[in-house]
Design a protein around this ligand. Structure first.
Ligand SMILES: [Fe+2]
Length: 410
């Protein structure tokens, strides 16, 4: 049974089902949890929240002498219905529009948050939590749109976009690994905040266009420890600060700062390491062009025995797809094409946009081919490295086109 009770009647062992107030009014990153942390009650009483819903089937009931403000047998359907509505599956082309808006908003949130941290103020956690919820809904509607768009960066927004991209990848990976809603939120926050320690790295080092000298490199590497110091005192799950501290550890013990090996590295840190490297190598930087997603996965697979947790990496490949959006591929029909859309049940037969004929060695009028349709009579025969071809701006071939204009001609 759900009971709406005054905050002063809460006690350890009760299960909080929902706060009667908005995200902005409380510091918790979970909305449903057992009140078992000693300072949870204190933190809750310090907010403007006056009442909460408790679930007596999952935790202690109120004492007999206390009266609940309201009682219902089952959860108020409205919130769950609204959430289900907001998470209804959406096509990639449709979700790309929403994802673009979320990223625009996320950039502003990150900008303010990192500015605050630079000034020694704590990051705005409710804003970060809200952002993670928005991003999670987008990924629930379509697992590829937000992740693929967040890969596209410019020199001046790299640090914000990298945080957003790693947050999005962590959400997608945690969902793929079967984590519950609360764990997905922790993973998203760990991704969003993993490089928060870079706010203490001098800009001359952070933005240096050339290679770092040993002293600068030592400063740069301190960002993991600095991030931990910033996050550890905050009312966040300890695993988030821990992931920040160890996201540069490698599975063979050759990483930093502690040279941890295998399962000595926490699960969230092992996940963050993969998401961080994937986004870094697939992003364009002033000094190097990013690798195409499929090429990045291929190379990361070769590094896996030394660097990454093998089983998490396999789940990661499933998350972004064997041929992620934007991959350059060669078709059986002797065309080059860009991957436009993928889904779980058609990882090897995505929708692609072909634009170049290899036999005639010339560009052709771009056309969409749905490789899952039998009448397409076509398939992917291999990945291609764009570095081997003179094409510019390949990314423009996938993120502005609608899959509704599909035709299946081979
Ligand atoms: Fe980092």
């Amino acid at each position: 049974m759900l009971k709406r009770v005054d905050v002063e009647h809460l006690c350890p062992g009760m299960f909080v089902h929902e706060f009667c107030g908005s995200w902005m009014e409380h510091p918790f990153l979970r909305t449903r949890f057992l009140l078992n942390e000693p300072n949870d009650l204190e933190r809750l009483r310090a907010t403007t929240i006056r009442q909460v819903w408790i679930d007596t089937s999952k935790g202690l009931d109120i004492p007999a002498e206390v009266t609940a403000a309201e009682e219902v047998d089952s959860p108020p359907e409205e919130t769950d219905k609204q959430l289900a509505q907001q998470a209804k599956p959406s096509s990639t082309s449709k979700e790309l529009h929403q994802a673009r808006a979320i990223i625009g908003q996320a950039r502003e949130t990150l900008k303010t948050m990192l500015h605050d941290v630079r000034l020694g103020r704590p990051p705005d956690l409710p804003a970060a939590g809200q952002l993670i919820d928005e991003m999670t809904l987008s990924i629930k509607r379509n697992p590829h749109a937000l992740i693929s768009l967040a890969r596209l960066k410019t020199a001046d927004n790299y640090s914000y976009m990298h945080s957003i991209a790693v947050g999005a990848l962590m959400i997608g990976l945690a969902r793929r690994m079967g984590h519950d809603d609360n764990q997905v939120r922790q993973a998203g926050l760990a991704g969003l905040l993993h490089d928060v320690g870079k706010t203490r790295v001098p800009l001359t080092v952070l933005n240096k266009p050339g290679p770092l000298d040993p002293q600068e490199w030592a400063i740069m590497k301190s960002h993991a420890q600095w991030g931990y110091e910033i996050l550890q005192p905050l009312p966040l799950d300890e695993s988030i600060a821990e992931a920040c501290l160890h996201h540069h550890e490698k599975i063979d013990g050759s990483g930093y700062p502690d040279g941890l090996k295998q399962s000595e590295i926490s699960l969230l840190a092992r996940m963050a390491s993969i998401c961080d490297v994937y986004d870094a190598v697939t992003s364009d930087r002033p000094y190097k062009e990013g690798w195409q997603p499929a090429i990045a996965l291929q190379r990361m697979a070769q590094w896996t025995p030394q660097q990454f947790d093998k089983s998490i990496f396999q789940q990661f490949v499933q998350t972004v797809g064997i041929y992620p959006l934007g991959s350059l591929v060669r078709l059986q029909s002797e065309h080059l094409a860009i991957v436009l859309d993928v889904s779980d049940n058609r990882l090897l037969t995505p929708q692609v946009r072909r634009f170049y004929c290899l036999r005639e060695q010339r560009r052709i009028t771009p056309g969409i081919v749905d490789l899952a349709l039998p009448e397409a009579n076509n398939s992917i025969t291999g990945r291609e490295d764009p570095a081997d071809w003179p094409f510019k701006n390949l990314d423009e071939l996938w993120h502005g086109f609608s899959s509704t204009h599909s035709n299946s001609q081979p």
